[in-house]
Design a protein around this ligand. Structure first.
Ligand SMILES: Nc1ncnc2c1ncn2[C@@H]1O[C@H](COP(=O)(O)OP(=O)(O)OP(=O)(O)O)[C@@H](O)[C@H]1O
Length: 334
């Protein structure tokens, strides 16, 4: 659906040239929710803005739904952009216009007649759950409601793609969840391909089928979300994953441990199998779970547990080997 081919974007500022995006190639498939994660300044906004040519790449190609956007005239580009909706962290609603007018404006700009506009706005407000706010002004809405209006506006002309530029970054965690749920519904029910950029791995974990990690204008790692969480390769990816999955034991607790501390990772259906209890039955060791967490990523479980194993040295070593043979990841941490 979206093909970004060797795209670079260079800015010229007073202090010289700045590279926003550095030779990025990406393929985003029809119907998926694709996340791009990175810290501030990584180039995420520039990259997503290249996808609808709000930012014109210095080099490379951007193809959306088979159309090479950089080869289009201004008029043809305006038309092509109707199939690419976009929402932003700051909502960008017109404060002097009501919810109805904010959404109807996008339809009017696309030449939709008055009766159809009314019908479509009602339909969109129903979809985003704001039918009762049709005559409200943006100032009378919460942040989450404003984002719902901007989603309705972005969907007004039936786009095939929705680009989300830090769409939940200004929202509290529970409002973030409700907006992510709405995006998922839009993806599933309307089949709209969604690209979102974020600095929060939690957002990626929640809804993205695949994701990319960006640093210094480049994509440094990419893949299905579950695989990235289970087996991150790059240091930065690990840092992002740890913000969701990791936990630290209090140092006093670690110091007081007399046995061996192991960190176990369970993946997929293995998470529900009784490997640990089998191990405890087969070896003369006792196991004390000190910490544990199971995250569901794309509905597949990924669990991490820290256990203290105590017993005769040989038994503990054999028990660890038993676990190593059955689990994807076993790390002796002390
Ligand atoms: N219009 C511009 N002029 C000059 N430099 C720019 C411009 N826009 C972005 N940059 C630079 O390009 C790099 C990437 O910025 P970008 O905003 O894309 O990053 P980001 O990952 O989206 O970060 P943030 O989340 O803070 O917006 C930064 O070094 C930034 O300073």
């Amino acid at each position: 659906m979206i093909s970004v081919e060797k795209v670079s974007k260079e800015f010229t500022s007073k202090s010289g040239k700045v590279i926003g995006v550095d030779n990025v190639s990406l393929r985003i498939h029809k119907g998926e929710i694709y996340g791009i994660v990175g810290y501030s300044g990584a180039g995420k906004s520039t990259l997503i803005r290249c996808m609808n040519v709000l930012e014109r790449p210095t080099s490379g190609r951007v193809i959306v739904d088979g159309v090479d956007l950089l080869g289009l005239s201004s008029k043809a580009l305006r038309k092509a952009r109707l199939s690419i909706g976009m929402i932003f962290q700051g909502f960008y609603l017109v404060s002097s216009k009501t919810v109805f007018e904010n959404i109807a404006f996008a339809l009017k700009a696309a030449g939709v007649d008055k009766t159809k506009r009314k019908e479509r706005v009602m339909e969109l407000l129903e979809l985003v759950g704001l039918s009762d706010k049709i005559d409200h002004y943006p100032a009378q809405l919460s942040g989450g409601q404003k984002q719902r209006v901007s989603i309705a506006r972005a969907l007004a002309n039936n786009p095939k793609v929705l680009l989300c530029d830090e769409a939940t970054s200004a929202l509290d965690p529970s409002t973030t969840k409700s907006i992510l749920k709405l995006l998922k519904k839009i993806n599933q029910e309307l089949g709209i391909t969604i690209v979102l950029i974020t600095h929060e791995m939690e957002v990626v974990k929640e809804i993205c089928n695949r994701c990319a990690v960006m640093q210094d204008g480049r994509i440094i790692e990419e893949g299905p979300t579950y695989e990235l969480f289970a087996e991150p390769k790059r240091t930065l990816t690990k840092q992002f994953i740890h913000s969701v999955l990791d936990f630290e034991l209090p140092s006093k607790l670690v110091e007081a441990c007399t046995g061996r501390l192991v960190q176990l990772q369970f993946r997929g259906k293995l998470a529900s199998e009784a490997i640990v209890s089998d191990m405890l039955q087969q070896f003369k060791v006792s196991g004390n779970i000190l910490h544990g967490k199971v995250e569901y990523i794309q509905e597949k479980p990924l669990g991490i547990f820290i256990m203290e194993l105590t017993g005769e040295e040989l038994e503990v070593t054999s028990a660890i080997r038993y676990l190593e043979e059955r689990l994807e990841q076993v790390e002796v941490i002390q």
